[in-house]
Design a protein around this ligand. Structure first.
Ligand code: XMP
Length: 505
């Protein structure tokens, strides 16, 4: 049961109290953080945070559960950079489960239950299964009918096999180098390095398959080049996935594939059916459940009391959203984040500020207002790892980006219709709450996120916050006018060379 604790008064409380007294609400472009005395160097700040109560982050950024933003490639790249990807649900349950598996299998310390093949399986059967299950790896231990390891098949064996009706035992490498069950990661690294082997099956005293190490992953862990990776206790990348209301079958499949957190993803999280779904999910499953979206403190409070492990805040701030215009509802995002985080803090539930970020400076503002993480759609949709091809138009490269409540997304996907409460609505009656468009192509996520994280670190340096908790505690705000906003951007100059972190567009 959620328990309440009292929260100390923070510098920003007075600022937001005054704004509230005027009946106003503010968003990113309305405010800036106050600069303060600092002994903090930006490059020394610590960015660890949390997405939900039990799912930590090394970088406080999540990629949005949108069909033009997060599938496995984005989720893998996000987790490798310390954040987390939330896989969208505009796909059938099995496909989403496979997406989770692709993230979880993309990097492994010890693979406790390796996917194996039987010595009597044909090459055709193995390749078909690999496609069906979406495995991204190419090496399989081969076992006999009594579970004993008899060999190993790797990419080379498949590449040089021209007859797919052959059985695994014919093309496998027999007498594979193995190690005893319980071999440590470091010993496995030494064995593989010495033998120049990319995989090391582990066997128990009976000769049965008991695990597998993969060299690329082991070497990354041992050589510490993965210190930024957001990994679970087994060394697998962390990933979250969206589910809908009463979506228990989907949740079960995602959990079976070891998803780290479920996100009940709806346009209006403060409803009876969402709260019932949350309670039922918490009762049935042992996994963190984040829920959203909301923008009022009472809503956040209800979700926290109902057992949410994370709360997503943002109704209508998104770059592709039309909810505020179509339905006339929703609080400007910075005020929404502040009020919801304040309510959720009392129950120890982390808030994720979802949507509306345009520049890296919006990240410290969102966290300063009270979020433990930010969720981005538009700021990530142009990267290589986002789903979809690069489009050439007007002499430039672009990628598609569309709202999950856009006509295009809702017409073709039940998941989108469900997010906007229009599951049984016919195509002609759909009421859109989003638009469809394109974002400039930005190349690989790593370089893009490097700039966003760089901006966050600089903001923390100016505030004097050595870590995310300090940024939440120390942040104080100034309301700016239109003149202040204009002054904040470059002015009185024709920019001839844009830096990588600022565009005049
Ligand atoms: P940004 O600003 O990062 O926002 O592009 C991404 C977030 O917007 C939400 N979202 C929508 N909201 N209509 C809406 O009102 C939509 O069609 C829509 N699609 C996504 C979502 O919370 C996402 O993370």
């Amino acid at each position: 049961m959620a328990t309440k604790t009292s929260r100390k008064t923070l510098p920003k409380d007075l600022f937001f109290k005054k704004i509230d007294a005027l009946g106003e609400a503010l968003t990113f472009d309305d405010v800036r953080l106050k600069s303060g005395y600092s002994v903090v160097m930006p490059d020394d700040v610590e960015l660890s945070s949390k997405f939900t109560k039990n799912v930590p982050l090394k970088t406080p950024i999540a990629s949005a559960a949108m069909d033009t933003v997060t599938e496995h490639a984005m989720a893998i790249a996000m987790a490798k950079l310390g954040g987390i990807g939330v896989l969208h649900k505009n796909m059938d349950i099995e496909s989403q489960g496979r997406e989770v598996a692709k993230v979880k299998f993309s990097l492994n310390g010890l693979i406790e239950k390796p996917i194996f093949v039987l010595e009597t399986d044909t090459v055709a059967e193995i390749l078909r299964r690999r496609d069906e299950k979406g495995y991204t790896f190419h090496t399989f231990p081969v076992v006999n009918a009594s579970g004993k390891l008899v060999g190993i098949i790797s990419q080379n064996d498949f590449d040089f096999c021209s007859d797919h009706s052959l059985e695994a035992r014919v093309i496998m490498t027999a007498n594979a180098i193995t190690a005893k069950a319980g071999t440590s990661l470091r010993d496995a690294y030494v064995i593989m390095h010495k033998a120049k082997k990319k995989s090391l099956p582990l066997v128990n005293a009976k000769g049965e398959l008991a695990g597998l190490y993969a060299y690329n992953d082991v070497s990354r862990i041992v050589t510490k080049s993965q210190h930024r990776y957001n990994v679970d206790a087994k060394g697998q990348l962390r990933v979250a996935a969206a589910v809908g209301v009463n979506d228990f079958e989907r949740a079960q499949i995602l959990i079976a594939n070891n998803v780290d957190a479920l996100v009940i993803d709806t346009a209006h999280g403060d409803t009876e059916v969402v709260i019932k779904t949350l309670k039922e999910m918490k009762k049935r499953f042992n996994v963190d459940v984040a829920v959203g979206n909301v923008s009022e403190p009472d809503s956040a409070l209800r979700l926290a009391k109902a057992g949410a492990d994370g709360i997503k805040v943002g109704q209508g701030p998104g770059s592709i959203c039309t909810t505020r215009i179509i339905a006339g509802i929703g609080s400007p995002q910075v005020s929404a984040v502040y009020k919801c985080a304040r309510a959720a803090d009392a129950y120890g539930v982390p808030v994720c500020a979802d949507g509306g970020l345009k520049h890296s400076g919006d990240i410290p503002i969102a966290i300063g207002a009270g979020a433990w993480s930010v969720m981005m759609g538009g700021m990530l949709a142009g990267v290589k790892e986002a789903p979809g091809e690069v489009i050439f138009a007007d002499g430039r490269q672009w990628k598609s980006y569309r709202g999950m409540g856009s006509i295009g997304a809702m017409e073709t996907n039940k998941g989108s219709r469900e997010r906007y409460g229009q599951i049984a609505t016919g195509k002609k009656e759909l009421i859109a709450e989003g638009v469809e468009g394109m974002k400039p192509y930005k190349g690989e996520l790593e370089a893009v996120l490097f700039q966003y994280i760089g901006g966050l670190k600089r903001g923390m340096g100016y505030v004097g916050a050595a870590n995310i908790a300090q940024l939440r505690d120390k942040a104080d705000f100034l309301k700016i006018t239109a003149a202040g906003r204009a002054e904040s951007h470059p002015h009185d100059i024709m920019i001839t060379k844009e830096p990588p972190n600022y565009s005049a567009e």
